[in-house]
Design a binder for this molecule. Structure first.
Ligand code: AMP
Length: 214
C-alpha cells in the first residue's frame, strides 16, 4: 500500500504514521525526520535546511523533492510506503505524481487528519522530544518520569526549536496557505479520506484503519 498522511503540525501525524506503518508492514518516510538527521549530522543539506526549519518555514522544493525521490527508490519501499510530511506544497505533489508515474506505481490513499488550531498550539508548545531516540512527550499529558530524561534511552528530553510559540504560529500559517490546498487536490482525484484528529492516540489510529477499509 502507498499512502500519504496529511494534517497540520501537531495533529499526531508522526505517531499515527509509526503505528500505521507497523500495522501495514511498510516503511514510514518522514522528510522532517530526514532533515533533522541531516541537521544533527551537520551535513550541507542539514545546514541549508536548518535556516528554514528554525523559522518554521518550508525547506525549498528543490532540496526536498530530490531527497524524497532518492528515498522512495530504495528497495524497502518496493512493496509500499507511508509518507509523513510530504508532499507539503502543490509543487511537491506534482513532482511526486511524476516520480510515481516514472516508476509505474500509483498512490492508493491520502488520509487527512483534521484538528483545530487551539488544540494544535497547546500540543506543540508543550511537546518535548528525546534528542537521542526521538521519543515524544507532552509536559501535561505524558511527561517523562524523570524531568528532562528519556524513559526509553536516558537521553536528554528537549523542546524542538521549531516548537517554540512564535515558530508554531508560523508553521500553522504556512500549513494553511501552502499545504492545506492539497486536501482539495487529492479529494478531486478521489484519493482523500477524512479523519477526526481529536481524542487519544489509539482512538485516532482506529479511525484511520477504519477509513482504509471503507
Ligand atoms: P515535520 O517533522 O514534518 O513537522 O517537519 C519539520 C520541518 O521540516 C518543517 O517545519 C519544515 O521546515 C521541514 N520539512 C519537512 N518536510 C518538508 C517538506 N515536505 N517540504 C518542506 N519542508 C519540509
Amino acid at each position: 500500500m502507498r499512502l500519504i498522511l496529511l494534517g497540520p503540525p501537531g495533529c499526531g501525524k508522526g505517531t499515527q504514521a509509526a503505528l500505521l506503518a507497523e500495522y501495514l508492514k511498510i516503511p514510514t518516510i518522514s522528510t522532517g525526520e530526514m532533515f533533522r538527521a541531516a541537521v544533527h549530522h551537520g551535513t550541507e543539506l542539514g545546514q541549508r535546511a536548518a535556516e528554514f526549519m528554525n523559522r518554521g518555514e518550508l525547506v525549498p522544493d528543490e532540496l526536498t523533492v530530490g531527497l524524497l525521490e532518492e528515498r522512495i527508490s530504495q528497495k524497502d519501499c518496493a512493496q509500499g510506503f507511508l509518507l509523513d510530511g510530504f508532499p507539503r506544497t502543490l509543487g511537491q505533489a506534482e513532482a511526486l505524481k511524476g516520480m510515481l508515474q516514472d516508476m509505474s506505481i500509483a498512490l492508493d490513499v491520502v488520509v487527512d487528519i483534521a484538528l483545530e488550531d487551539e488544540v494544535i498550539i497547546g500540543r506543540l508548545c508543550d511537546r518535548r522530544v528525546c534528542a537521542d531516540c526521538g521519543k515524544t512527550y507532552h509536559l501535561v499529558a505524558s511527561p517523562p518520569k524523570g524531568e528532562g530524561v528519556c524513559d526509553e534511552c536516558g537521553g536528554k528530553v528537549i523542546q524542538r526549536s521549531d516548537d517554540r510559540p512564535d515558530t508554531v504560529r508560523n508553521r500553522l500559517e504556512v500549513y494553511r496557505t501552502q499545504t492545506e490546498p492539497l486536501i482539495g487536490y487529492y479529494r478531486r482525484q478521489g484519493l482523500l479520506k477524512d479523519v477526526d484528529g481529536h481524542g487519544g492516540m489509539d482512538e485516532v489510529q482506529s479511525r484511520i484503519r477504519e477509513v482504509l477499509v471503507s
